[in-house]
Design a binder for this molecule. Structure first.
Ligand SMILES: *Cc1c(COP(=O)(O)O)cnc(C)c1O
Length: 452
């Protein structure tokens, strides 16, 4: 083993923080490989920073989530939430596993079609759907989830013109005991709007009311909230059967299952706090059986889980640029990745590991990104072994939302690499180039010459 570098001692101010009987847990081990592939070689080949995704972890996570629900309930269908990560290679893995597509815009809808998802296996959510997009979805027999009355009238009008009877559901929002309520999407249950919308749909004779949808929040910690959601959707479904003569084919419970990422400022590590997928499945399926349907009328359970299926599979590899002392004495380490590509740093205290051997001297430090912008902070306080310029770090559980919400701000977006199940790496999204960015720009003729 190579001799470790000498680290000069430092004096630390005692910090009398809040009492916490759980203590803080910091486990550091060098992470030199991901699925058997050396971190160093990936950085050499694909540059730094670079996102790396484990296909093995995606498939295992997906299969175990499906198992949790299918062993408890006979009719289960997952639909991959495109906005969570819509790089085609990632979507295709989910579609190979049998997942439908769940999209929230016309752009995502066309991406799902492009990935070969049959129209009747695309769920079209979201508050904005143009006439053109709805016509496409109607002609493809997709499941259209209505967000507001205006959209309902728009659909009735289009269906009438096309002489087709599209399959629709309404998105329902409700009080599940978790606040703030996501009541800006869909029709409210408690004030009767959801029931009114269902009546109008059936009475119009132009649309087939096929299901009900909700997505009660994200990173939900309460299994009971899902049980409440099933009971409320179940109540509407029961009334549809008994009062509207309409047996609904599915209840779509949306996404929202949490991951083991630590929430910023949380008291306990998430791993000790979040219920397992099995516990969510137990709460949801028990409530489904209690709606009162006969076995042959049980609705299909659709799940649109996003982050819980992809977070663990994603890593961000990066490199230390510099160290400095802040005026208050804290150590600051500057990395080559910032909130431009690690959007979830606003929500999570991401676990970071050194990618090489390190000295066991640790120190509290702030981790900054490379942006010339004050909010570019990746971790506001982390106790880490000392890192030196050129050292690599691995950021864990970054598969969800970062590769869709990333910004092309100051820096361009980096390569994304997939490690397949045999340990081969594949570039699945190229790092952006100046030419790529400028392709979209148009320079008026009179600005072509400058005078310097
Ligand atoms: C974002 C979204 C999802 C996925 O949510 P997660 O919290 O990542 O599981 C599912 N359904 C809808 C309608 C969404 O907007």
């Amino acid at each position: 083993m190579q001799k470790l570098r000498y680290e000069s001692p430092s004096i630390q101010k005692m910090n009398a923080g809040l009492m916490n009987k759980y203590g803080t847990r910091t486990e550091y081990e060098a992470v030199k490989h991901i699925d058997g592939v050396p971190v160093k070689s990936m950085i050499e080949q694909y540059g730094s920073p670079v996102f790396v995704i484990s296909e093995r972890t995606i498939r295992r996570t997906y299969q175990s989530a499906v198992r949790a629900f299918k062993t408890r309930y006979p009719k289960v269908q997952f639909a991959w939430s495109y906005k969570t990560n819509y790089i085609n290679a990632i979507c295709k893995i989910f579609h190979q596993e049998g997942s439908w597509g769940e999209v929230v815009s016309g752009f995502e809808y066309r991406k799902a079609l492009g990935n070969g998802v049959p129209g009747n296996k695309i769920i079209f959510n979201g508050p904005e759907k143009t006439d053109e997009e709805l016509v496409l979805a109607i002609n493809n027999d997709s499941l259209i989830h209505i967000d507001h009355f205006e959209e309902m009238y728009q659909l009735i009008d289009l269906a009438d013109k096309l002489k087709k009877k599209p399959r629709v559901a309404i998105r329902v929002n409700m009080d599940t005991g978790v606040y703030p309520m996501w009541d800006r999407f869909g029709f409210n249950y408690e004030n009767g709007q959801a029931w009114t919308a269902m009546n109008k749909i059936v009475a119009s004779g132009k649309l087939q009311l096929t299901g009900l949808h909700c997505h009660i929040g994200t990173f939900m910690l309460s299994t009971e909230a899902y049980a409440v959601a099933v009971r409320k959707l179940g109540d509407l479904a029961w009334n549809a059967k008994t009062q509207l003569n309409t047996v609904l084919q599915y209840l779509d419970l949306g996404g929202g299952l949490p991951t083991a990422n630590n929430l910023r400022g949380a008291y306990m590590p998430s791993a000790d706090m979040i219920p397992s997928v099995d516990e969510f499945a137990e709460a949801i399926t028990n409530a489904l059986y209690n709606i009162g349907f006969n076995t042959d009328e049980l609705p299909l359970l659709i799940l649109e889980s996003g982050r819980a299926l992809i977070d663990d599979a994603g890593y961000l590899l990066g490199t230390v640029l510099a160290n400095k002392r802040l005026s208050d004495g804290r150590k600051a380490t500057i990395m080559d990745f910032g909130v431009n590509i690690l959007f979830t740093a606003f929500w999570y205290e991401h676990k970071m590991s050194p990618a090489q051997d390190f000295t066991h001297h640790t120190e509290d430090m702030v981790l900054y990104g490379p942006l010339c912008m004050n909010i570019d902070m990746v971790r506001s306080s982390i106790n880490m072994p000392l890192l030196n310029r050129g050292d690599h770090v691995v950021v864990h559980k970054v598969g969800a939302y970062n590769m869709t919400q990333w910004m092309q701000f100051i820096q361009m977006r980096p390569n994304v690499v997939l490690i397949d199940e045999s340990g081969n790496t594949h570039l699945i999204r190229q790092a952006e180039t100046l030419e790529y960015i400028e392709q979209m720009e148009i320079l008026p003729d009179y600005l072509k010459e400058i005078n310097l």
